[in-house]
Design a protein around this ligand. Structure first.
Ligand SMILES: Cc1ncc(C[n+]2csc(CCOP(=O)(O)OP(=O)(O)O)c2C)c(N)n1
Ligand code: SF4
Ligand SMILES: [Mg+2]
Length: 287
């Protein structure tokens, strides 16, 4: 159990602007609980946000933050981690941001196994732009952009991550808060690229993937005795039809992270070598 004052230290003075009942509230709470339980102080945390309702968490978490371009949160986070490995770097983005516009970055980050944690608020819709189909919308889903139903089949991000050989693959659900906190903790503690897809009901624009539909189909992998050490078993779970397993699908704790394999970074922090450069002009561009 986290200490209340530790939890509160991640709260900014800005309240979220999400619709009442949005699954993002639970993810926001879970994130603060996970950081508090890990005792990571705010000045050691960098949150990198995608663009979307998910990314609008940006000013509601008290930590370092970078609200980047749509689909480009992952490479920003990777760059920041390589520059300063002392930071705990987390990415919060949407399914459109990460599995649509930014999909290639996702796969390349998996290949590199850079030590960042990627949290995807998967509501199977473009929420911020008021309800267009996303890469995880179910086939036939009707939305503003697909009034006759989407023709494309839905992407399976868990299977994709496993096929690309991600070293940590998990899925949570905003309706199961305690489990989500545990998954976030395990992901942050994992050395290497850790990926958590999170079912996040969008109560305003997605009337198909609701709390009710998830409660009907979600079950815990751990309760079923799943051991997350075998990639093929994990893939079979990811491809299961009908029911939706949540928990850790797969973890390879032995695989070295990108940083560990780069002699240049082993010597000293990249940021400590930039003192002799004039960074003021660069800073002015971003502030
Ligand atoms: C390059 C680019 N393309 C499109 C947009 C418009 N846009 C902003 S948010 C968004 C979709 C967000 O959907 P998702 O990533 O699923 O986040 P959600 O709002 O559902 O949390 C789009 C298409 C943009 N800002 N930049
Ligand atoms: S539009 Fe959907 S995802 Fe965005 S805040 Fe509202 S309920 Fe949440
Ligand atoms: Mg979305």
């Amino acid at each position: 159990m986290e200490h209340h004052s530790e939890y509160k230290q991640y709260e900014s003075k800005h309240a979220p602007t999400w619709c009442p009942g949005c699954g993002n509230f639970a993810i926001w709470t879970a994130l603060k609980k996970a950081l508090a339980r890990l005792h990571i102080p705010p000045h050691k945390v960098l949150m990198v946000y995608g663009i979307g309702c998910s990314g609008n968490m940006a000013n509601t978490i008290r930590a370092y933050g970078f609200h980047g371009l749509h689909g480009r949160a992952v490479p920003v986070a990777v760059g920041a981690k390589l520059a300063n490995r002392d930071l705990t770097v987390l990415i919060a983005g949407g399914d459109g941001d990460g599995y649509g516009e930014g999909l290639n970055h996702f796969i390349q980050a998996i290949r590199g196994n850079v030590d960042v944690t990627y949290l995807v608020h998967n509501n199977s819709i473009y929420g911020l732009t008021t309800g267009q189909s996303s890469p995880t919308s179910r086939k036939g889903f009707k939305s503003k952009s697909t009034p006759a139903g989407i023709i494309e089949t839905a992407l399976n991000p868990i299977a994709l991550a496993l096929a690309a050989n991600a070293s940590f693959v998990a899925r949570g659900f905003a309706g199961r808060l305690d489990e989500l906190v545990d998954l976030m903790i395990a992901a942050i503690e994992h050395t290497g690229f850790s990926f958590v897809d999170m079912f996040q009901p969008c109560v305003t624009f997605n009337k198909l993937d609701t709390y009710g539909s998830y409660y009907d189909s979600v079950y815990s992998l751990a309760d079923m005795g799943h051991r997350p050490t075998d990639r093929l078993t994990a893939l079979a779970k990811a491809l299961e039809q009908g029911k939706l397993p949540v928990g850790i699908f797969y973890q390879d704790a032995a695989r070295p992270s990108y940083q560990a394999e780069l002699p240049y970074l082993k010597q000293s922090l990249m940021r400590t070598r930039s003192h002799d450069r004039d960074l003021k002009r660069l800073m002015r561009e971003f502030i």
